[in-house]
Design a protein around this ligand. Structure first.
Ligand code: UDP
Length: 360
């Protein structure tokens, strides 16, 4: 019996864990224990994903949210260590690049419990991003590195990580998109609820610290999207951090030109993505989802980890420094399509990961 302790805490991790948890549920010879750090806790940032994607209730919720990076990571380390000692797992499974990821990997490494990292090897090469520090450290203390792309595997080799640890499986987010894309078509009513026409609006999300915590960048984004909104609605499901920063920086009047909504569940998000004319985002996951659904994307950042989509013409980088440049990038993306590339595997990443872990 293989016992796997899965650490989750933030929205994209619930989504990634969903396909793997489903796969585990259909297999014998293992037990999965979900531990939620509590990093995201609002109903629309956490609970909705468990319900919609059929994820089992976490065995433990550490309830750690709202502290600074160091304080939150420290408290997670302590709570996760306790959970790992209690559960004595054969593997600790961590996802992505959040404080929950590094806390899980480090707690396990110190207890000499093998760590598996899903979405290993991604690099922006920008150490000012908290996510980049989390990724690099997590990769270097993990025993199994499940990479989503050839670029990610190459990054790990360049850092001297041993070949035996690298396991290129494809991207679990592709699996999720394939499994839930049609469900979204059947179940989501978000377009009619918001009065949107298929292909008649732009979808945007903004939550990276480098944008939300720099008033000039946040102002340029809201102003640029506001210019786009003169021609077609711009729908912006607001991450709680972004909502707080808009209020704190007095940018409310600029944001009023946009269709601001609360964060939505995964099925509504997929429906909004599939039917958008363009997606403008600083999210990692949404850059790929735009591609999975054949929608052109503008990435509101200086760099991206998902370089293959820029090379293939599905995505263009627009450092968010100037409102007119953002509006121009969105206008330039309208109606474009990239090359027919397949960089994210065959849609069976979860199967490959689960088989590898349960096999030992
Ligand atoms: N997402 C969602 N509802 C929203 C915004 C995003 O379900 O209101 C999903 C989105 O479809 C993607 C994931 O959340 O699967 C991306 O998470 P986020 O942008 O927070 O993190 P990142 O991918 O940048 O780490």
């Amino acid at each position: 019996m293989t016992r796997i302790l899965t650490v989750i805490g933030a929205r994209p991790q619930f989504i990634k864990a969903a396909v793997l948890s489903r796969r585990f549920a259909g297999m014998d010879g293992h037990e999965e224990i979900l531990v939620h750090t509590g990093q995201h806790f609002d109903a629309n940032m956490s609970d909705v994903f468990f319900t919609e994607l059929g994820i089992g209730a976490p065995a433990v919720n550490l309830g750690i949210a709202g502290a600074s990076h160091g304080a939150a990571t420290g408290r997670m380390l302590e709570g996760l260590e306790r959970a790992m000692i209690d559960a004595a797992p054969d593997w600790v499974l961590v996802y992505g690049d959040t404080n929950s990821t590094i806390a899980g990997a480090l707690a396990a490494a110190k207890l000499l419990i093998p760590v598996a990292h899903v979405e290993a090897g991604l690099r922006s090469f920008n150490r000012a991003m908290p996510e980049e520090v989390n990724r690099v450290l997590t990769d270097h203390c993990s025993d199994l590195l499940f990479t989503p792309t050839a670029t990610a595997s190459a990054n790990l080799r360049n850092e001297g990580l041993p070949e035996a640890r690298i396991c290129e499986v494809g991207d679990v987010m592709y699996d999720v998109a394939l499994q839930f894309g049609k469900v979204a078509d059947r179940q989501s009513e978000v377009l009619s609820r918001l009065g949107l026409e298929r292909g008649g609006y732009v979808l945007s999300t903004v939550h990276r610290q480098e944008n939300t915590d720099h008033p000039d960048r946040l102002r340029a984004i809201l102003d640029g999207l506001g210019q786009v909104a003169a021609d077609r609605p711009v729908v912006l499901p607001l991450h709680p951090r972004t909502r707080g920063r808009i209020e704190a920086q007095g940018l409310g009047p600029l944001a009023d030109r946009l269709t601001l909504i609360d964060p939505v569940g995964y099925l509504d998000m997929v429906a909004l993505e599939k039917n958008a004319a363009v997606i403008a985002t600083d999210s990692g996951g949404i850059q790929k989802e735009a591609f999975f659904h054949g929608v052109p994307c503008v990435t509101l950042r200086d760099e991206t980890e998902w370089t293959e989509l820029v090379e293939a013409g599905w995505n263009r980088l627009c450092p968010p420094l100037d409102a007119a440049a953002i509006a121009g990038a969105v206008a330039g993306a309208l109606g474009t399509r990239g090359a027919p590339v397949t960089p994210y595997g065959a849609g069976n990443a979860a199967e490959l990961i689960a088989d590898r872990l349960v096999a030992g």
